[in-house]
Design a protein around this ligand. Structure first.
Ligand SMILES: O=C(O)CCC(=O)C(=O)O
Ligand SMILES: [Fe+2]
Length: 343
């Protein structure tokens, strides 16, 4: 099947993800209609002021950072020049590796000003709070660089661990996303040892003799163009495949809409076979963070409903910033290098 016929087929086999321009989706509406409703959306023109949209090309990274050894996957790193050359030569029969483990604050901080000012819809909310549990405070929202060429793809269909929401913003090129609702989880063949990862590699063309239940799944699809962001709510399965050489960034969000999931997946999962004392400790920790979540909800409510009072008090914005307006400039924040999650 030709690449074009395959794209037409993909569009027929799937439902489209809603798409709204940021200009017509005030932040408050985004929070209510999508983040709190657990519904995915593509937001177009999400950060029109970013220099990255004009600057970032494969040639830019090759020229500026060609000698830098950069992480590509968990166990793979190479000079940026070599990676970009492989990516530009990538094609369906000979795919390049897919870059998905480069954390910008740690590995390429020079490009942070290109992502400023912070995009409102991608703001990481509670991840920026100093009250986050140790190792989880990430005011950058675990900002990652994602690069691949045609034929390559994100290595695994998954949902992001620890109950986090995810966003991916396309900077250069086009990338196809496939999303599957949490309700379809019984049909996606989740791995026993890592239940957020699926055994199915290509959700649009699964091997139905091996994975017959996949026939019951309703996949959603979106093609991101430069300047568009896909919001992937917690628990939604997803994978991505570049249609052209593609550069994007990924971030995560924790908010009151997924706080309970974050707390239970972080502190209460994997307790099978644990001792009673271990279970009791985990329960106490989880209860503590649930109570803390309620305090944060109060402060966030004040910032949203009564910004003048919140500003006068100053502590709500410092403890649980609701938007970039309340948070330090992402280019100046420091990141604890031990806090890296698995995505
Ligand atoms: O490559 C992509 O755009 C998807 C990234 C992703 O899902 C992740 O990093 O968890
Ligand atoms: Fe993900």
């Amino acid at each position: 099947m030709s690449a074009l016929a395959q794209l037409a087929d993909d569009a027929l086999l799937t439902r489209p993800v809603d798409e709204v321009s940021a200009a017509y989706l005030p932040y408050r509406d985004f929070l209510h209609r999508f983040m709190r409703a657990g519904r995915p959306v593509v937001v177009t023109d999400v950060a029109p002021g970013w220099p990255a949209l004009h600057k970032w090309t494969p040639a830019y990274f090759r020229e500026q950072f060609g000698d830098r050894i950069v992480p590509v996957g968990y166990a793979e790193q190479k000079p940026f020049r070599q990676f970009i050359d492989e990516m530009l030569a990538s094609a369906p029969g000979k795919p390049c590796p897919y870059m998905y483990r480069l954390f910008i604050h740690q590995d390429l901080p020079e490009v942070l000003p290109d992502l400023s000012p912070q995009s409102l819809h991608g703001f990481p909310r509670r991840l920026a709070s100093p009250w986050m549990p140790h190792g989880w405070r990430r005011p950058d929202g675990f900002l990652k660089l994602l690069i691949g060429g045609p034929g390559s793809s994100f290595p695994i269909m998954h949902y992001d661990a620890n109950g986090v929401h995810a966003t991916v913003t396309e900077i250069y090129g086009d990338k196809e996303f496939v999303l599957i609702r949490p309700e379809d989880t019984p049909y996606v063949y989740a791995r026993q040892d890592q239940p957020n990862k699926s055994l199915v590699f290509d959700p649009l063309r699964p091997d139905l003799t091996r994975f017959p239940l996949m026939a019951k799944v309703t996949p959603y699809r979106a093609v991101l163009k430069p300047g568009s962001m896909v919001f992937i709510p917690r628990g939604w399965w997803h994978t991505a495949r570049p249609l052209t050489p593609s550069i994007s960034i990924g971030m995560n969000i924790i908010d009151r809409s997924n706080w309970r999931s974050f707390v239970s997946e972080t502190f209460l999962s994997g307790l099978k076979g644990a001792r009673a004392s271990g279970m009791a400790k985990a329960m106490i920790k989880a209860s503590f963070y649930l109570a803390m979540g309620s305090c944060m909800s109060g402060m966030e409510w004040l910032e949203e409903e009564s910004p003048r009072m919140a500003r006068a008090l100053s502590f709500p914005g410092r403890i649980s910033p609701v938007s970039a307006e309340w948070a330090p400039d992402p280019a100046t924040i420091t990141i604890d290098p031990r806090s890296q999650h698995v995505g």
